[in-house]
Design a protein around this ligand. Structure first.
Ligand code: AGP
Length: 368
């Protein structure tokens, strides 16, 4: 039964461990001969995709973070103009928006009041096409959207969203293919994304093996009041998601920064009491990130770096490296999310908080 905790102590841990399965479910039946079908988004999806000139993503919280990753993907890989905004801001600022924009809402519950109101506002402003990425069939957002891509993560009980986030990223990669084909996504890249998606459940299983090492690491956070998360490019939103998870369930104040911004202010916060978590996959920003790591270490900051296993260690006593399986850039944000989920989980358990029902929060925010 998917709403039973089974052998796990908390729903959140169970849901973290369900991610390989949830990704496979989300991919199921979307392809014919390894080719993504437009109809996966609805019977008239091809007609809609043919007309759109840009994408606007609206969401809240963790769902907003998956949209932030997608913005990098849409523009970098397919030259699809893509904007994103927190739904609670969009709905009140009377934005300029053109009718041929595809409004994409992202929501685990499909009932988030701000996201629903933002979609209604976009329609009022003249937008003709909407699509939702959602985990709950028959929810309000599903009913109010023209096109639908369901994440099939199963019920998510823990207030801290985990498997909904990773399956949202999978759904967004499918959307990148479908929309990107009409822009500049190459056939080669499309095939590469598809093969990486098929290999994703196996890579998730690999990264889950880091659980014990991360549990040990979590002890370094138990007595801390603050933490900083750094990333660059598609991994900046992953740092944001890591910091949201930590504050949500462990009540440690955490902030995320794009690493290049450090010297513009946050560097002043660095001392031995401020753990700095860095996501450092092997991509074109790695060298830049290495120098950001140096900036922190030289000031006595304690770094925890999640890094590709093929890269050489920094050999610095202030830097603790956790080696990650080497994966393709395109799926790396999904893979690097998982150790951050495990880290917050173990810190929260150590602190004795209510992991599945953190104080002051509701699973679905149906009021303003
Ligand atoms: C995530 O851990 C949070 N509980 C929260 O930010 C959540 O993602 C947000 O409220 C949006 O919910 P939705 O995806 O159901 O719309």
């Amino acid at each position: 039964d998917s709403v039973d905790k089974g052998k796990y102590r908390h729903y959140m841990l169970k849901e973290i461990y369900e991610q390989a399965w949830a990704v496979s479910e989300t991919l199921e039946g979307r392809f014919v001969n390894n080719k993504l079908q437009d109809t996966a988004f609805g019977h008239n999806a091809a007609e809609v995709f043919d007309q759109i000139k840009s994408v606007l993503i609206l969401a809240c919280g963790t769902s907003y973070h998956s949209g932030l990753v997608a913005r990098y993907w849409f523009e970098k890989y397919a030259r699809v103009p893509c904007a994103i905004e927190v739904a609670s801001e969009f709905r009140y600022r009377n934005p300029v928006i053109s009718a041929d924009t595809l409004v994409v809402t992202i929501s685990q519950s499909g009932e988030t009041a701000d996201t629903l109101a933002a979609l209604q506002e976009a329609k009022k402003l003249g937008v003709k096409h909407s699509l939702v990425i959602c985990n709950v069939p028959e929810s309000s957002l599903v009913r109010e959207s023209d096109l639908v891509m369901m994440t099939r993560a199963g019920p998510e009980i823990g207030v801290a969203s985990t498997k909904a986030f990773t399956t949202q990223l999978v759904a967004l990669l499918l959307l990148l293919i479908a929309v990107g084909r009409r822009f500049e996504l190459s056939r080669e890249l499309e095939d590469k994304i598809v093969s990486e998606l098929f290999g994703l459940p196996g890579n998730i299983e690999k990264v889950l093996k880091l659980d014990e090492a991360i549990e040990v690491l979590s002890q370094r956070f138990a007595d801390k009041q603050n933490a900083l998360f750094l990333g660059r490019g598609t991994h900046y939103p992953i740092a944001m998601e890591g910091s949201l998870k930590l504050k949500e369930i462990s009540y440690i104040h955490a902030e995320a920064y794009p690493a290049g911004e450090l010297k513009h202010g946050p560097l002043a916060l660095i001392d031995a009491e401020m753990p700095v978590v860095t996501v450092a996959p092997n991509n074109n920003l790695l060298e830049k990130l290495r120098s950001n790591i140096q900036e922190v270490s030289a000031r006595g900051g304690q770094l925890i770096v999640f890094m590709d296993e093929t890269l050489a260690d920094a050999g610095d006593e202030n830097v603790q490296i956790i080696k990650m399986p080497s994966v393709a850039n395109i799926i790396s944000p999904i893979i690097y999310t998982i150790p951050l989920q495990l880290l917050s989980y173990h810190v929260a358990v150590l602190k004795g908080t209510d992991v599945d029902q953190p104080r002051n929060l509701a699973k679905s925010v149906t009021v303003e």
